[in-house]
Design a protein around this ligand. Structure first.
Ligand SMILES: Nc1ncnc2c1ncn2[C@@H]1O[C@H](COP(=O)(O)OP(=O)(O)OP(=O)(O)O)[C@@H](O)[C@H]1O
Length: 305
């Protein structure tokens, strides 16, 4: 694949803030097209990665390319190819909606009026309102409308629905999902809201302590995590010997195990540990990702009965 087939490409990308290593030799390649979700615990390095990619912050070592360009040497034209929406929805509060819109219309040569109107049509935003008067959800929608109307090849969304209520979150996601302009570009989206990711993302990227831990379709990640319920009299096996263990709970006299990368051999392991009955079931993306992140399970091993 040539550089340009990846919208994002980092090589051994590291960022250090004093004694803190926020990105640790990150090698990430995001192919062109579709919606890619970046998830990770607080402090995993997601915002740092976005800031470096957008050229707001220099890396300590390694390189980052966006749309085939070195992110530290972006021209105004390169920047125009990337739309950015973040949780703060930083727009000039004192300006009226129509004045901000005019400014963007003039600034971006690929301005798409239909895309702007389609997205903004999901919100009750009036042209004469000042940005500061808009509700948080309306400001998020206005920001998304501006970013999509720019006609970007890449749209970067950094926790865009943070602090929005359920209705505003839904409006935001629907205006994103049903926009033709969003379909024409690659969307990279960072969020802690797994139910949103389950709905919109085609690709799941998991960062942990500045490293890439996993990248696949969300369903393929879910398939790596299974939930087992075993009826084991007495204490059950020592948790340190349970292969791939992410979480263990004892409920109503039963042992509940959330495990990573285990197949039917895990049932044999439980039986060999005294289980009278064993049952396995799939888990939701929310459960799978949160179990994975909570455990920091870097090197899972297979069960050996
Ligand atoms: N300006 C800074 N100075 C010092 N440390 C920083 C700075 N910015 C970020 N960090 C540290 O770098 C690490 C990564 O932070 P970053 O904001 O990239 O994480 P994140 O994954 O976006 O987190 P969250 O999900 O909480 O937004 C954190 O440990 C944070 O404390």
């Amino acid at each position: 694949m040539s550089h340009n087939e990846y919208v994002i490409e980092t090589q051994a990308l590291s960022k250090r803030y004093g004694r803190k290593l926020a990105l640790d030799h990150l090698d990430l390649r995001v192919p062109r097209g579709r919606i890619h979700a970046v998830v990770g615990a607080n402090g995993a390095g997601k915002s740092t990665l976005f800031r470096i990619l957008l050229g707001f912050l220099p890396p300590t070592a390694g390189s980052a390319r966006i749309l085939g360009r070195d992110s530290q040497r972006l021209t105004p034209e390169d920047r125009g190819r990337t739309g950015f929406v973040n949780e703060e929805h930083t727009l000039p509060g004192w300006m009226r909606v129509n004045a901000v819109t005019d400014m963007h219309r003039r600034q971006y040569p690929r301005w798409n009026e239909d895309a702007f109107r389609n997205v903004l049509g999901h919100y009750h935003v009036l042209p004469e309102q000042k940005v500061a008067q808009l509700s948080r959800g309306e400001r998020a929608g206005f920001n998304l409308a501006l970013a999509l109307a720019q006609g970007p090849e890449l749209l970067v969304l950094d926790e865009p629905t943070l602090g929005l209520d359920v209705v505003a979150k839904r409006a935001f996601l629907e205006s994103l999902m049903y926009s033709n302009a969003a379909e024409a570009c690659t969307v990279i989206y960072c969020s802690h809201q797994m139910e949103e990711i389950e709905r919109v993302a085609d690709n799941l990227i998991i960062l942990e302590q500045g490293k890439l831990m996993h990248m696949s379709a969300p369903d393929d990640f879910c398939a790596r995590v299974t939930y087992w319920i075993a009826d084991i009299p007495f204490k059950g096996p020592d948790p340190r010997t349970v292969p791939g263990l992410l979480e263990l709970q004892r409920l109503d006299g039963l042992h509940h195990y959330l495990v990573l990368d285990q197949d039917d051999e895990f049932a044999e392991f439980l039986r060999a540990s005294g289980a009278r009955s064993v049952q396995s079931m799939p888990v939701s993306l929310d459960r799978a990702v949160n179990g994975f992140l909570a455990k920091n399970h870097a090197a899972p091993t297979k069960a050996h009965a």
